[in-house]
Design a protein around this ligand. Structure first.
Ligand code: ATP
Length: 294
């Protein structure tokens, strides 16, 4: 029978992740300062912010690794502080550092994950095979992971995160250190996971990655959300056309709502200037005053 709580949860499913007035302090450092953020089910969400903005702290709280000082966080309606085990079942995590068992094969790594999540041996076998083929590792399923390339290890980490059919997948800088071709292949895989229904939350320092993949982006700075919207909306908000003016003290960036305005601005300028379309990096820089890796 469907309980009142299940009905309530179904009703709330429009928001897969709810973060309300979240605070976290490490001694003198305020990592999160009253963060509010709702992420709709089915989104491909990108969390961006300068170094130290609080992104990892958010992900650690969402994945039940860190306890918040105050505030409320739910994943698919489950409170990560009050119901951490239940909340954990909703989540698949792909951490930044490779934490596979190097001596074991790909298949064995998946098997152990399934056991830890209380899956039956039959389900582990079934899901394990499905996941190995989903990430294209079925041919080398029995090879020890220590022989895998960086890209293969990442794919295996993704397969492992998906083993227990989570509704939300967290990926912390999933393509860091990978070459361009491998990165693009991973993007395709992530898109497929999202198309199959999982909500994705990704942190990345590659702005073009967020622009290519995410339907919604949140920019965090000093532990607060300072911008939220689709990459296109955020670009429209600061101005879709950029003029880069070569000034004596460096490049000055000016935003315009259309090319006509930008061109007439250039005509009035002394010295050289360049006109181009704005991108998410410009939005980031304009809002935070910093480049992504500063
Ligand atoms: P990056 O992009 O560099 O990974 P981030 O946005 O993920 O940064 P967090 O790692 O969440 O930022 O850190 C937010 C702030 O909290 C930073 O000032 C960081 O130094 C501080 N911090 C994080 N974890 C701890 C900890 N365990 N002890 C003390 N300070 C911490």
């Amino acid at each position: 029978m469907v309980s009142q709580n299940d009905l309530l949860r179904d009703h709330q499913k429009v928001e897969m992740i709810r973060i309300g007035n979240l605070h976290k302090r490490y001694k003198k450092v305020i990592a999160l300062n009253g963060l509010n953020l709702d992420i709709p089910a089915g989104s491909f969400f990108g969390l961006l912010g300068p170094n130290g903005a609080g992104k990892t702290t958010i992900v650690n709280i969402l994945t039940t690794l860190t306890r918040p000082d105050s505030g409320r966080v739910t994943v698919n309606g489950f409170d990560v502080v009050k119901e951490p085990i239940r909340a954990k079942l909703e989540i698949g995590v792909v951490p930044q550092s490779i934490n596979l068992d190097m001596e074991l094969s790909a298949r064995e790594n998946l098997f152990i994950h399934g056991l830890l999540y209380g899956m039956s041996q039959k389900d582990i076998r079934q899901e394990g095979e499905r996941m190995l083929s989903f990430v294209g590792l079925e041919e080398c399923a029995d090879r020890p992971v220590k022989d895998f390339s960086g890209g293969m290890k990442r794919r295996l980490m993704i397969a492992r995160a998906l083993m227990h059919s989570p509704r939300v997948v967290f990926l912390d800088e999933p393509t860091v250190g990978l070459d361009v071709t491998t990165r693009r292949k991973l993007w395709e895989l992530l898109k497929k996971i999202n198309q199959e229904g999982a909500t994705i939350l990704l942190t990345t320092h590659y702005i073009e990655e967020a622009e290519a993949l995410c339907d919604m982006v949140g920019i965090i700075d000093f532990g607060k959300l300072i911008a939220l919207g689709s990459p296109k909306t955020l670009i429209q908000r600061v101005g879709p056309i950029v003029v880069e003016q070569m000034a004596e003290d460096g490049i000055r960036t000016h935003f315009f709502s259309n090319r006509k305005e930008a061109t007439s601005f250039i005509e009035r300028l002394k010295g050289s200037a360049l006109i181009r379309e704005a991108n998410l990096e410009d939005v980031f820089l304009e809002l935070t005053g910093r480049r992504v890796n500063q």
